[in-house]
Design a protein around this ligand. Structure first.
Ligand code: CTP
Length: 216
């Protein structure tokens, strides 16, 4: 959520359920887990350190701190805001008597947390394994997987979980279907099912990339 004034923000439809499922399933596998949650109306999962944040900048700071604490894997399931208002107004923006509307809201880019993680990982290092998510729709330039592959190459992460959001699955749903793309060009389709099932598939692929992670 990127604030505009004390009562308004720019936000999106993500419920955070997929991130919570990833945290719970990792903890159940014995991992030490930090869950950075932005504006999620769900209780803390058992056995997980939860850091509650609100804005993209707060999320970036919390993820950076958690990764610095010897993270073996980072999964960016958050629907992070890409833009925020340049100026946050300290008082509520009011209607006036003329029937007019306020000035257009000027936006600026937020930090791309995933790209920063990739950029700061030492060249050739296997950890942390970095996993991104991508909500995509097909268009004239290509289908969902075409856009997913391009995003994986652009972001430089190890795995990309691609959601087709043109249908009903994904946002605000208890279930999810996705295709997990690997940097080597492989892919694994996970059929529509509980978000925990997709989370398990992600951890299977993360574990397979990390030679010392046989217990994860
Ligand atoms: N992401 C991030 N920081 C941002 C925006 C996105 O870390 N400021 C991460 C998301 O958590 C996700 C991945 O980048 O893991 C892809 O997010 P997405 O919104 O699909 O990609 P964008 O790079 O924002 O591209 P676009 O919206 O133009 O498709």
């Amino acid at each position: 959520r990127e604030p505009l004034d004390p009562v308004r923000f720019l936000g999106n439809r993500s419920s955070g359920r997929q991130g919570f499922a990833l945290a719970s399933t990792a903890a159940a596998r014995g991992a030490r887990v930090t869950l950075v949650a932005a504006n999620v109306a769900l209780p803390d999962p058992a056995g997980v350190d939860v850091v509650r944040v609100s804005t993209a900048a707060e999320l970036a700071a919390a993820v950076t701190a958690a990764v610095a604490d010897h993270a073996d894997a980072v999964v960016m399931a958050a629907a992070v805001a890409d833009f925020r208002p340049v100026a946050v107004v300290g008082t509520k923006i009011k209607k006036d008597d003329t029937g007019g509307v306020p000035e257009p809201v000027a936006l600026e880019r937020t930090e791309d947390v995933l790209a920063a993680l990739v950029a700061t990982r030492p060249t050739g290092a296997a950890v942390p394994v970095i996993v991104g998510f991508a909500a995509e729709t097909g268009d004239d330039e290509g289908d969902v997987l075409h856009h997913g592959r391009a995003k994986l190459a652009r972001k430089g992460c190890d795995l990309l979980v691609v959601n087709d959001v043109s249908g009903a699955t994904g946002f605000e749903s208890a279930d999810n279907a996705a295709v997990i793309l690997t940097a080597e060009g492989d892919q694994r389709a996970v059929p529509l099912g509980p978000k925990a099932a997709l989370a398990e598939a992600v951890w299977d692929l993360v574990s397979a990339r990390w030679p010392v992670s046989s217990s994860c």
